[in-house]
Design a protein around this ligand. Structure first.
Ligand SMILES: [Zn+2]
Ligand SMILES: [Zn+2]
Length: 169
């Protein structure tokens, strides 16, 4: 199912736990004389697909919360031209994607990129009751992430005691 571009922005904002007002404040903090009431109204229209915006506004929104401009543009294509192009793969709960994985593991609160546990469900959002298709429709996330927020690599070991001892000997 292809969601509307505005719904995508709304899902990503809600996944970040931000209100419209907070997104307006964070994204547009650098603009002097900004009218936050107006920004908030425009963001609400954006999420209803009642308006669409420039790359400059998208870049500001990305300061406030994490989403993929590429996914948004794919969804805009669908919105304006109808089906036919590639359909982005999104989590049905938080709308994360290969381009902007969730980066915190809710169990440990430690940084960890989520992975697919079903065709349209990520590991962060999967709960007890979810039909998780392990190893079937659930390929691991690609390492070829070309998004702007690639997950951090595994932390390297602090040091290797064996190597240190060799050097000291
Ligand atoms: Zn998710
Ligand atoms: Zn996720």
């Amino acid at each position: 199912m292809v969601i509307k571009p505005g719904i995508y922005l709304q899902m990503r904002r809600q996944a970040a736990g931000l209100s419209l007002r907070q997104a307006a404040e964070i994204g547009f903090a650098a603009l002097p004389h900004r009218d936050l009431d107006r920004v908030e109204r425009q963001l609400a229209l954006l999420e209803q697909d009642a308006t669409h915006v420039s790359r400059a506004v998208i870049a500001r929104l990305q300061l406030a919360y994490d989403f993929s401009r590429e996914i948004y543009e794919q969804l805009l294509d669908h919105h304006f031209a109808g089906p036919g192009g590639a359909e982005p793969r999104l989590c049905r709960r938080c709308a994360c994607s290969e381009h902007d994985a969730c980066l915190i593991d809710p169990a440990s609160s430690l940084p960890a990129a989520c992975r697919w546990v079903a065709a349209d469900l990520c590991s962060r959002c999967a709960g007890p009751g979810d039909d998780v298709a392990e190893g079937d429709a659930a390929p691991a996330r690609s390492d070829e992430t070309e998004g702007d927020n690639a997950p951090a690599p595994d932390p390297a070991p602090m040091s290797d005691p064996a190597t240190l001892q060799d050097e000291a000997a």
